[in-house]
Design a protein around this ligand. Structure first.
Ligand code: SF4
Length: 339
């Protein structure tokens, strides 16, 4: 709950006016899992809270460890659903990739979550639980909302979660350590840019509309030209990073024409392109670009003045890399297996 939500709870239960701040301190700073631990609240207050509310901390129901150290966790969410989160340890940082929906409506053809279809939005609590109940919680340095779901298709709950993560009453995490990914849901991008200071990553994959539409049906509603045009006009502070995710498919979007198309499209926008190796997940007919082509593509973009990064593939052996998350099948925690 946000500070506003906690205040409402305290008012409704007739708790003292300062109890909301005490609650926030216990929940987000001390991270307690029971109202009984909140010793500076009166016994009556704790009883009233325990009668009407619960602290939604739920440990992971399953875990898979990759050869490269990446860990994929399975978390229960509301209504008997499950979601996946990925902890990615690196030498200079530890990144947690969080989910925002059970499944996804966007239907990107290269993505297992898209193929799963949409089951439910996660609450802000379900999003936060992936962090707070993570065994490696204290070592996480960076957060990316790039797991299951389109975060900006669940904007109300996402923004509530980001407020709790970044505010001083909440977890006090710097927004510079949080990146939210989107396929380009323009109205929610406006809210996101005005209500948070977190970084934004737009899933691009092609500068050409017809080609992008064949990968990402959202192009029909929010064409890439409009998405980039919106960002060019939006007031974006210098500290905020705008990046474009570009999954590289061999012979499909890794040609000289694509370098030129990207250069024209992004001209005048302060941004970077994050190149990602495609991880084949199904009978799509696509293959990943080879390393030589990726390096060539990267250099050509750099020569044109576009900053690029190349994301290392992590956790492919446990289906934890980009585009591979799915809880399509029911998970049996005891058996540590999926149906
Ligand atoms: Fe949804 Fe992201 Fe997968 Fe597209 S890539 S289907 S937006 S989870």
């Amino acid at each position: 709950m946000t500070a506003g939500g906690l205040k409402t709870v305290c008012r409704q239960l007739g708790l003292p006016p300062y109890a909301d701040r005490q609650l926030a301190e216990w929940l987000y700073n001390k991270k307690v899992s029971s109202f009984d631990c909140m010793t500076n609240l009166s016994l009556d207050s704790r009883r009233a809270l325990g009668r009407d509310y619960y602290i939604g901390l739920t440990p992971p129901a399953g875990k898979q460890l990759s050869r490269d150290g990446t860990i994929k966790y399975l978390f229960p969410a509301a209504d008997q659903h499950y979601i996946e989160s990925v902890f990615i340890p690196e030498t200079d940082r530890n990144t947690l990739c969080l989910s925002t929906q059970v499944g996804c409506k966007m239907g990107c053809v290269f993505c297992m979550t898209g193929r799963q279809g949409f089951q439910a939005d996660l609450s802000a609590g379900d999003m936060l639980n992936q962090f707070v109940s993570l065994p490696e919680r204290e070592t996480v340095s960076n957060f990316v909302f790039m797991g299951m779901g389109e975060p900006l298709d669940n904007a109300d709950n996402l923004l509530e979660c980001l407020e709790i993560m970044t505010s001083s009453y909440g977890f006090g995490i710097s927004p510079r350590r949080i990146t939210v990914s989107t396929t380009g849901v323009i109205p929610a991008m406006g809210r996101f840019l005005s209500e948070t200071r977190c970084h934004l990553a737009v899933c691009l994959n092609s500068p050409f509309s017809g080609e992008r539409m064949s990968l990402m049906p959202v192009e029909k509603v929010y064409p890439v030209r409009d998405v980039v045009g919106f960002l060019k006009k939006a007031p974006v502070e210098r500290q905020r990073r705008i990046s474009f995710e570009y999954i590289m498919f061999r012979g499909f979007n890794d040609t000289p024409g694509h370098v030129n198309g990207l250069t024209r499209l992004l001209n005048g926008l302060r941004c970077r392109i994050n190149l990602i190796r495609y991880h084949p997940v199904a009978d799509l007919g696509f293959q990943p670009s080879d390393d030589e082509t990726i390096q060539w593509f990267r250099k050509r973009l750099n020569d044109k003045g576009i900053v690029t990064t190349l994301r290392a593939s992590r956790g492919t052996d446990i289906m934890a890399a980009c585009g591979m998350l799915s809880t399509r099948f029911r998970y049996f925690p005891g058996a540590n297996t999926f149906e």
